[in-house]
Design a binder for this molecule. Structure first.
Ligand SMILES: *Cc1c(COP(=O)(O)O)cnc(C)c1O
Length: 217
């Protein structure tokens, strides 16, 4: 509905169901209803859930796609490289290098978004916008990784205009990097509270938890 209101084709926006803190049974119910992409924030919880869901689902379903979207410390990269399909939260070269070294050769390349801090001092994670071009080029040059796009988690805001400002900054940065020749096809922005603003600003992937699974306790 938000896509139609923004005059956009809903098929141009991927829905990532954020299942952090929710049990494997909730993921299975969504998967049986046709949802394919799931997002997790905490490494250990995510790895355990990926295994639990695989054991619960009936055979024959198309494979699920698991996205790691939480803060990533360098000592946790191996589990992410071994178990996830995507990472949205790469914000420094050292983490990208470790993911490249640790991605098993038998798996397809790990799909990577670079996380950018578009809200200034109110946010701690994400690289500075000025550092994004260099980090994207470094990711694109590493083996076993495939650079896909940019991700941001703006500081929460209540009205549509304040929500749109940082999302517009991310989109402008994404467009500038594409104009420089970086092959970015993904703009990962929009959560339950700013979904409408993100879709108006051109998001290609929204990460929705609460609006799908209900409030987290
Ligand atoms: C939890 C989380 C979401 C989903 O947030 P909701 O408000 O529940 O939709 C999206 N992205 C990231 C990075 C998150 O940590």
């Amino acid at each position: 509905m938000a896509a139609r209101r923004a005059g956009r084709n809903p098929e141009s926006i991927l829905l990532l169901a954020v299942s952090k803190t929710k049990p494997a049974e909730a993921v299975c119910a969504a998967a049986l209803a046709g949802q394919r992409d799931f997002g997790e924030n905490y490494v250990q919880e995510g790895v355990a859930k990926i295994a639990a869901v695989a054991a619960l689902l009936p055979p024959g379903l198309p494979p699920l796609v698991w996205h790691f979207i939480g803060p990533l410390q360098s000592n946790k990269t191996r589990l992410v490289a071994e178990h996830f399909d995507w990472v949205h939260s790469v914000d420094r070269i050292k983490v990208a290098q470790r993911l490249a070294e640790q991605r098993p050769a038998a798996l397809p390349p790990l799909q990577v978004c670079v996380q950018v801090n578009v809200s200034g001092e109110t946010s701690k994670s994400g690289c500075a916008p000025e550092a994004a071009a260099e980090l994207c080029r470094a990711v694109a040059a590493l083996p076993r990784l495939r650079l896909r796009g940019l991700m941001a988690i703006p500081a929460p805001a209540d009205d549509l205009e304040s929500q749109r400002a940082p999302l517009a900054r991310l989109r402008q940065l994404w467009e500038a990097l594409r104009a420089e020749g970086l092959a970015l096809d993904t703009l990962s922005m929009g959560m339950s509270h700013d979904l409408e603003a993100a879709i108006l600003e051109g998001s290609t992937l929204v990460r929705v938890g609460t609006a799908i699974f209900g409030a987290r306790t």
